[in-house]
Design a protein around this ligand. Structure first.
Ligand code: NAD
Length: 433
């Protein structure tokens, strides 16, 4: 393909060299004449393993050139990748001036073209930006035709060339099949799963990946600091943790749902924070986890209050389905807050039989919900008839069938995410969807 790449920085120059090596004809574009001059000489403007050799090779083969002229680059290519910087503004927001400048120039250049042109935003940008780019270009193209998509970059500096060819996945944010196919064709030699979605979802995914990576690093470092304070080598701990690919390093616990709870997670996070405090180790990430969990329950209460209804049926009381363990269950916490606000509550949980509760479990629920007998029912008809709002806390098949059968007169607050996002015939809401 004939491709122009806007921005010859860390992402743009690697992308230019790799796409040229894969057999495309590439033109790099930058406002910085010095960078353009270096690339034209086959020299790398950045330090990156293997890049100098690769640039020299593709420049000699005449598969890569560089220019400061947007018009020339757009006229000679079918697809433009926008890889310009999107740095932090002083208030922490993303500065999008470079991205929007390029889009304006692309729009004007496309206006002078007869053939359609595809624009792919590759810079990391907040949700809503690609849509804005589409408007900026549309306002300027006149009779020109263009297609647009968002395709975030996942390379890491230092191993960028390798990462380019073995990306974790290729994300394409677009509703335009031509833009989608342009990206698929460009990466036909990249061995990774291609996932196509809306602009905003794709934009959010890139931020989520980086936040998750930062959370993992902070988590490992906080564990390391606490471990050292009790005479344990943090590296030894994390070396074992990462060998569990079933629960620790996996897709487990990675989907939005209701708050965490039960007899282990909250207690053990608290213990770890306590150990850190006793040893004078600051662990802001660990400390904020319980607060974040609590905010999730608060938001659930708000959502129920926003319905304006008073008769609430809670489906699921234990900390997850298939157990009668009520200790530190977020559903018990939710029930307690709702009762405190004067809601008329009934609870259904097929695993919870008050008479069978014992030990710490029984003591816990007696302290939190002393009138459980009055609230609990094992009668499905009764729970459906009672609730103007049905609040689902467990991802249980039984609850899904029950909710599926309800009409739109009932309000459903799905905290577990058991219904598909395309529920249109129901009064349906959740905290994360
Ligand atoms: N660096 C990384 O490891 C990495 C990884 C993934 C994603 N990203 C994202 O990719 C984007 C680029 O990052 P980077 O590190 O390559 O940035 P960079 O600052 O190294 O390069 C940006 C380049 O864009 C050029 N530029 C600015 N305005 C221009 C314009 N109007 N026309 C042409 N060129 C223009 C600059 O001169 C510069 O050379 C950012 O959104 C970043 O968040 C970076």
């Amino acid at each position: 393909m004939n491709v122009s790449i806007f921005g010859l920085g860390y992402v743009g120059v690697v992308t230019s060299a790799c796409l040229a090596r894969d057999g495309n004809t590439v033109i790099g574009v930058d406002v910085n004449k010095e960078k353009v001059g270096m690339v034209l000489k086959g020299k790398s403007p950045i330090v990156e393993l293997g890049l100098s050799e690769l640039l020299a090779e593709v420049i000699a083969a005449k598969r890569l050139s560089a220019t400061t002229s947007v018009a020339d680059a757009v006229a000679a290519t079918d697809v433009s990748l926008v890889c310009v910087g999107s740095p932090s503004a002083p208030d922490g927001s993303t500065y999008l001036g470079h991205v929007f400048d390029v889009c304006q120039q692309l729009g004007l250049a496309i206006a002078r073209k007869r053939e359609p042109h595809t624009v792919i935003i590759r810079s990391t940008v907040p949700p809503g930006t690609t849509e804005k780019c589409r408007e900026i270009i549309r306002e300027r193209v006149g009779k020109g035709t263009f297609h647009i998509g968002f395709n975030p970059e996942f390379l890491r500096e230092g191993s960028a060339i390798n990462d380019f060819h073995s990306a974790p996945f290729t994300i394409i944010g677009t509703d335009d099949p031509i833009a989608e196919h342009a990206v698929r064709d460009l990466y036909s030699l990249v061995q990774s799963q291609v996932l196509v979605m809306e602009f905003k979802v794709a934009e959010m995914i890139k931020f989520t990946c980086n936040a998750w990576h930062a959370a993992k690093i902070s988590f490992s470092n906080e564990i390391g600091r606490v471990a050292k304070s009790v005479g344990v080598d943090g590296r030894k701990v994390m070396e074992v943790i990462i060998q569990d690919l079933k629960l620790n390093v996996s897709t487990a616990y990675m989907r939005p749902g209701f708050a965490f709870g039960g007899s282990c997670l909250p207690k053990d996070v608290r213990s770890l924070i306590h150990i850190a405090q006793v040893n004078n180790v600051q662990v802001p990430l660990l400390t904020s986890m319980l607060d974040s969990n609590d905010q999730h329950i608060n938001r659930s209460v708000q959502l129920i209050m926003e319905t304006g209804k008073r008769n609430i049926s809670l489906l699921g009381l234990a900390f997850k389905s298939g157990t009668d363990d009520l200790r530190e269950s977020p559903a018990v916490e939710l029930a307690e807050r709702l009762l405190g606000k004067g809601f008329n509550l009934k609870i259904y949980d097929p695993a919870v039989h008050e008479a069978k509760l014992m030990g710490a479990n029984k003591l816990y629920i007696e302290s939190k919900l002393p009138h459980l007998t009055r609230l609990l029912t094992n009668n499905i008809e009764e729970i459906v008839a009672h609730g103007e709002v049905l609040v689902v806390t467990h991802a249980a098949g039984e609850f899904r069938s029950l909710i599926d059968g309800l009409d739109s007169s009932k309000f459903i607050i799905d905290l577990a995410g058991i219904l598909k996002p395309d529920v249109k015939d129901k009064n349906y809401a959740g905290v994360s969807w």
